[in-house]
Design a protein around this ligand. Structure first.
Ligand code: GTP
Length: 356
């Protein structure tokens, strides 16, 4: 059997990966796409946000810590999909792996070359990186992961160009081209990119990667970075940073320092009072917005028949109506906040005050 073309969809927290994926899954392209999701934090909110058109797509979740588990879990997920496919239980002809916003795409890409079974069944088509035109300049300044995602890209899609002026887009493109001259750049307005910008790019060239990083295939402990290994997966991932613009060669042997990106979750079975919640979140965003890298949730609102999906990146926050609550479905809210030194207790206590 021909190896199945696979795409790694990456991009920093909140860049617009799920939006793009949803758009592609909705398109009438005749392809059956299996999606593997890897999410930071114990609660998988994207699972609720992603379309679930069961006949056409397969969504396999792969929860856990962004970096420690991705390779092992990914091997299991890919092999299990391939076995089911071979047994005729499912059918699909493309795979898209959506990485968490804090993932280093390196180990994810390596998976395709280090596991024999994966290598026999799949071919890595390309690493596609979504870059948030509104926040990327700061993210690239501050987060090594954002730099690596650009460095590894075979294709870059700029999202949120509607939120900035043309000059800012040009400045960002110039910086991205300097960081990664190989990857063509195009825009994706709310995920509206042609499927030919995402799938079947035949962009991943192992020789290129080896040239950039001779250690690419070395099976070192993928985590020689400072890591709080006692952590609950997703609870706390202390990542080390090297502030290098080009993020290809030195990646495996960088020096370390820690920054405090952590996630916490709020869950409750009581409904929220919409007005109180709005006010509270509005004021938190005013004060802590710069530290709030990513937040999202599926909420139960007093008196509402439908779920509310709320999410944001720094100061930009929004919400949409989600699916109706099922007849027998227990109503509850869950939110995940990912940030830098966020006062968890203040958030949790404040959110409790917003419940009816
Ligand atoms: N203005 C604007 N907003 C966008 C665009 N693309 C995505 N968004 C919004 O950005 C937010 C984050 O989008 P997602 O698609 O969930 O981002 P993500 O990369 O999957 O996020 P994580 O997986 O949580 O890191 C959502 O509120 C989207 O509606 C765009 O082109 N323009």
């Amino acid at each position: 059997m021909e190896p199945i073309p696979s795409t790694i969809l990456t991009g920093f927290l909140g860049a617009g990966k799920t939006t793009l994926l949803n758009r592609i899954l909705h398109e009438d392209h005749g392809l059956r796409i299996a999606v593997i999701e890897n999410e930071f934090g114990q609660e998988n909110i994207d699972n609720e946000i992603l379309v679930r058109d069961t006949g056409e797509q397969i969504v396999e979740m792969n929860n856990g810590c962004i970096c420690c588990t991705v390779r092992g879990d990914l091997i299991v997920a890919l092999n299990s999909l391939a076995q089911k496919r071979a047994a005729g239980e499912i059918s699909f002809d493309r795979v898209v792996i959506e990485t968490t916003g804090l993932a280093n795409p390196g180990p994810v890409a390596q998976t395709f070359f280090v596991d024999e079974e994966v290598g026999a069944n799949y071919m890595l088509d390309a690493v596609v990186t979504v870059v948030d035109a509104r926040h990327a300049m700061d993210q690239l300044d501050q987060h090594e992961e954002a730099q690596r995602q650009v460095g590894f890209a075979d294709k870059i899609l700029l999202s949120k160009t509607d939120l900035v002026d043309a000059g800012a887009v040009e400045a960002l493109k110039t910086r991205l081209r300097r960081m990664n001259p190989r990857a063509p750049i195009s825009t994706s307005d709310f995920g509206r990119a042609p499927i030919s910008d995402v799938l079947d790019l035949r962009g991943f060239n192992l020789n290129d990667k080896l040239e950039l990083d001779p250690d690419f295939l070395l099976l070192e402990d993928a985590h020689d970075h400072d890591h709080d290994h006692g952590h609950e997966h997703g609870e706390h991932c202390a990542h080390d940073h090297v502030h290098s613009e080009a993020c290809t060669t030195q990646d495996h042997h960088h020096s370390h320092h820690t920054d405090d990106i952590a996630a916490f979750v709020f869950k409750n079975e009581r409904a929220f009072d919409p007005e109180r919640l709005d006010q509270f979140l509005g004021s938190m965003v005013q004060v802590f917005g710069p530290q709030m890298l990513r937040y999202k949730g599926v909420l139960s609102m007093a008196g509402a028949e439908r779920k509310v999906v709320f999410q944001g990146v720094h100061q930009i926050m929004g919400s949409d109506l989600g699916a109706k609550w099922g007849e027998d479905e227990p109503r509850s809210s869950k939110m995940v906040f990912i940030g830098k030194n966020l006062p968890k207790d203040v958030f949790i206590r404040g959110l409790e005050q917003c419940l009816v």
